[in-house]
Design a protein around this ligand. Sequence first.
Ligand code: ADP
Ligand code: MG
Length: 693
Amino acid sequence: MKFNFEDSVMYVKGVGPARAKALESLNIRTMYDLLTHYPRSYEDQRNITPIAHARIDEQVVLVGRLSNISFHTARNLKILNAILSDASGSIQITWFNQEYLLKKLHDGTRLMVIGKVKVNSWSGVLSVNQINSFAILEPNEEISLGIKPVYASTAALNQSVFRVAIKNLLAKMPPIPEILPAELIREMDLMSLDAAIRAIHFPASEAELAQSRRRLAFDELFLIQCGLMLIKRQSRDEQLGIICKKNGALVNKLLTSLPFKLTGDQSKTFATVAQDMESKFPMRRLIQGDVGSGKTIIAMLALVKAVENGYQGAMMTPTEILANQHYETFTKMLSGLGIKVGLLSAKVTRSKKLREEIYNQISGGELDIVIGTHALLQEGVNFAKLGLIITDEQHRFGVAQRAALGKKSAVVPDMIVMTATPIPRTMTLTIYGDLDVSLIKEMPPGRKPVKTSVKTIRSRKTVYEFVKAEIEQGRQAYVVCPLIERSESEKLNYIDPAEEIYQQLSRGIFKNIPCALIHGKMKSADKDEIMTRFRDGEIKLLVSTTVIEVGVDVPNATVMVIENAERFGLSQLHQLRGRVGRGSEKSYCILISNSNQGDARARLDLMESTADGFELAEEDLKLRGPGEFFGESQHGLPDLKVANVFRDLHTLIEARNAAEKFITNSADLDYFNRLRQNLALAYGDKFKQINEA
Ligand code: ADP
Ligand code: MG
């Protein structure tokens, strides 16, 4: 009989219509689904503890006979107690809210129980009251010892349903064919796929489990890496990029006209960028550098290089404010070089006349550099000769979106992604695996670290008195709040929205000081006006939501107060903090939090102790996962079943290297195609581009 993994799970012995239905709620429909429903954890049931040896807080496996079964209700809890005895001694077993067991348990019932020994708080008796699992045994039943899988489940399905069904499936299943090249398996010293899938469910030992996890994690990571490399290879082999000449007069003029010397990292990064642009391959480069590390100048140099080679350049920003700021900086520095810079903002695109004018200037090649927001992606925008695209602070852009941007040009443009969000190495190896990475670690000279402190709501008054003193000395301050207005459901959560805080501050302690409020729901013209007035020093205190999160540069602002700081992610707090400390004066970031919950507080304390954005980002990622970190599900990471990009960093790097070697060395197209199919099988349409290729 032919065995087909795509057949219904009902073909598995032990799964009938009712269980199949219950499995459906876990997205398990086929035998393949069941096979790859890997255990969530394991229970060590290799050794039975003699009852007399059970110690407090120890996880134990006990086997004995029951007596003294009793049942009572206390404080809304239904409590079932019994005594379990073996040859060595006795112990109490306690079940909560499982009244139905009364019918199943009797004096003399033979029972195996796995759980933790605790002291019952109300009776002071030693008891197994944290029960992981238990099984009623037949009088002569042989106890099967081993490492037992624990599966993600629902109330309708207990663990033994999974254990039995998967055991039956594995028994009937022919060996799973290998998907990796034999040579790679040998070289990486990997377990066979068949052995790994069997062992992940029923490992014979910890070592075997580790081997099987490594194999399956390697597969997942290797396939992803191959996918990313294929994208890269495609863009290299199938599309030749533009070739720029060595740095010419314009670039050199700009370099000499800079009011400062480039830092070592800046020079190095621009040298790499220039090299990329001079090669025949399209540049795909990620430039990472903490806030204030001076990425803008790299962008400007690269754009000027594109211009002096006869191409246009575009720079895309997430906000209007940032687009405006870049536009001003660029015009100031580049008009002397005869370079024409244009701004494509919402204001421009709203007016039909202005819009058509700038669209014409773009398509006619009159503008050399265009700076704008997402407006750049609109349909009417067609460049005459777009040679370089830079996205600033757009780390939420996925692989596919980057590809879409590239389609704006008749030639294959070079691309730079710039971000201050410190993207942990694990992420650059996955989501950004199609990009080369440059790091700017060095800060321009003279920067002082921002002094950060965490305060409770009780110190609020003192905090604002301090802010006032700073303002009176000529500085400016930001107050950042998580929400604009209070929604019904948040009234109970003590959230002080920006609006309220603004009212409170501007009427109270800052009554005689020019204050303003800025938030994301305002019209962009209004936002721009306020930002401009703040930058010009007219407004002293700016209450805002996170609209100021990225890129804006006001060196005279030296204090930032963040209200309800526990509401923000660490990376976000670090970004916000980067808005101050951009001048020569000492700067402060004060985090106000009314949450004293251990975790929240510990998280914020980390802000005090480190200025390292990477460390904070890793922490964020650990706490909140990649989805949260990158916003919704835009991170574009395929769901991983076994691999964990933190725990398996080592395997990730191995997989990365292996994929690199494999893709560059292998000319076997059949093999690529099979890999693609495996990718599609394992990851659905996440790699659609590859499947379509
Ligand atoms: P970010 O990397 O956050 O985008 P910017 O490019 O906005 O940083 O630079 C922050 C500030 O540092 C700007 O005012 C810029 O003029 C200044 N700056 C950049 N590079 C240098 C340098 N090498 N020496 C001194 N100041 C610099
Ligand atoms: Mg910037």
